[in-house]
Write a protein that binds this ligand. Structure first.
Ligand SMILES: [Zn+2]
Ligand SMILES: [Zn+2]
Length: 399
């Protein structure tokens, strides 16, 4: 079994890797600099490495000393289009791009897990697949890697899959949380385009103004959520982007807004999707504008297998103590494309606190905020958690 001491020899190297990744963040499915750093950090380990064809993924397989099943560990590697304001001395050197979701932590931790498990290779009865994934932030990178065969990379379908995500707020440093069943929300995106008829701002009766109709749609969507979703099976709609017009005295031809939708069950998912269409089309009719609604179901609900979640919690409790491994009381409204992995194989998704000591987790800037700070110390911690999960799961399968 691993202990937190096992990772000490690697901790400085992992934290340097984390800083290098943080300084040079990349977006989406194409992360050549990140991929090169990962390949360099894995160099010399006894791994079978393949890289993606339609994305810059890295899949590494570690063969245990004895035969057995395969388990998968995943780390996502992409950053966000955010201008960093963390004030860290290793802050992003790329304008407008930031590791604001802590994926630099996940990447380094997965490298650490590969080093830890490679060091115990002879004790493993089975294989470990390391899934270094681009494109979590909306590009379905996990789905692309599944289509390219990551779940069968060891020559057999993995029997379990685990991922851990750093939290810049809520969870104190080093505290690990997971739960059986629903862990994260489903995420949809909606684009609504409203077409009117442009004209002079002084003469709206001669035009068809899309702006008031759009404004009504935005507020009516919030009312729709409160009147149609079961309060015990909630939903969130946020219109995060709205654009129309170019001048104060011109009625624009059209306008567009974009929303994200979060739900936790297929029932509410359906109710909300239908509600969005109904409300937006109804308001468009009422005001004589034409509307296009593009509703995309992006990421499904992330559901932890109850047995795997309990196994993960027990394993982490043995590793870090019961006070630092807790059952999350409720799901998180974030969404994850690890849901595509957990749709195919049982597993668990865990969170780890990365709030710097001295900062109140309740008010710390959250993931995706320009001021978000993830403490370095959760890198070795997450590495040993991932390694312990893989080793313990293979040992359990052999027993
Ligand atoms: Zn994120
Ligand atoms: Zn993330």
């Amino acid at each position: 079994m691993f202990s937190s001491h096992d990772v000490l020899a690697y901790a400085d190297r992992l934290i340097s890797l984390r800083h290098a990744l943080h300084r040079e963040p990349e977006l989406g499915l194409d992360l050549p600099l990140t991929q090169a750093k990962v390949l360099a950090a894995l160099d010399g380990l006894p791994l079978e490495i393949t890289t993606g064809t339609s994305l810059t993924s890295v899949t590494a397989v570690l063969r245990g000393g004895r035969p057995g099943p395969a388990v998968l560990l995943r780390g996502d590697m992409d950053a966000l289009p955010v201008q960093e304001e963390s004030g860290l001395d290793f802050a992003s050197a790329i304008p407008g791009v930031m590791h604001a979701c802590g994926h630099d932590i996940h990447t380094s931790a997965l490298v650490g897990a590969a080093h830890l498990l490679a060091g115990r290779r002879e004790d493993l009865a089975g294989d470990v697949v390391f899934m270094f994934q681009p494109g979590e932030e909306g590009q379905r990178g996990a789905k692309v890697m599944i289509d390219e065969g990551v779940l069968d990379a060891a020559g057999q379908r993995v029997i379990a899959a685990y991922a851990i995500h750093a939290a810049a707020a809520v969870l104190p440093l080093g505290v690990v949380a997971t739960r059986p069943g629903t862990m994260l929300a489903a995420s949809d995106s909606v684009t609504v385009t409203v077409h009117g008829k442009g004209g002079h701002g002084s003469s709206p009766h001669l035009a068809v103004d899309p702006v008031p109709a759009m404004c009504e749609m935005v507020t009516a969507l919030q009312t729709m959520v409160t009147r149609t979703a079961d309060v015990f099976d909630p939903a969130v709609i946020t219109v995060g982007s709205i654009h129309a017009g170019s001048a104060f005295n011109v009625i624009p031809e059209s306008g567009t807004f974009h929303a994200t939708v979060r739900t936790f069950s297929p029932e509410t998912h359906q109710v909300i999707q239908a509600g969005v269409e109904r409300v937006v089309r109804g308001i468009a009719d009422a005001h004589g504008v034409r509307v296009e609604v593009d509703y995309q179901a992006d990421y499904p609900v992330t559901v932890n297998d109850p047995v795997e979640a309990a196994f993960a919690l027990t394993t982490v409790r043995e590793l870090v103590g019961p006070e630092r491994a807790i059952e999350a009381p409720r799901p998180v409204t974030g969404a994850e494309d690890f849901s595509f992995v957990l749709d195919q194989v049982p597993g668990a998704y865990l969170m780890i606190g990365a709030v710097p000591p001295g900062t109140d987790p309740a008010t710390a800037p959250m993931n995706h905020a320009p001021q978000a700070i993830f403490d370095d110390r959760c890198v070795p911690e997450a590495a040993v958690v991932l390694a312990a999960l893989a080793a313990a799961r293979l040992r359990q399968a052999a027993a």
